[in-house]
Unconditional design. Structure first.
Length: 110
């Protein structure tokens, strides 16, 4: 069972990395075609694929009702990275949302 939780954690972390690479590719590309062909976008999509494989491994043994909501932990990490890397807003509403997401994940894992 530990292996499946590690696979879930890997899926979440790889999903975060994929999202950050997609954003980085978007920021340095002038248009949609340029973004799709940007190496950061291509690598980001590849990492999303790897995340999907890890997620499939995780849900073979973990209940979907636990695994799927756990992926929302990535929202917290991405919001924090976006704030510190690109200065995106992290105001009271965002912090409240992060607290609600974290609380929900904690409740599921009790």
């Amino acid at each position: 069972m530990l292996f499946n939780y590690l696979a879930l954690a890997a899926a979440i972390l790889l999903g975060v990395l994929g999202q950050i690479l997609l954003k980085s590719g978007a920021l340095r590309s002038s248009g949609m075609v340029a973004q799709i062909l940007d190496p950061l976008t291509v690598v980001g999509l590849g990492i999303y694929f790897a995340a999907s494989i890890c997620y499939i491994i995780a849900i073979r043994k973990l209940p979907l009702s636990l695994a799927f909501p756990s992926v929302s932990a990535s929202y917290i990490v991405v919001a924090l990275i976006a704030h510190f890397a690109w200065g995106e807003t992290l105001g009271l509403a965002q912090l409240a949302g992060i607290a609600l997401i974290a609380g929900g994940i904690l409740m599921l894992h009790q």
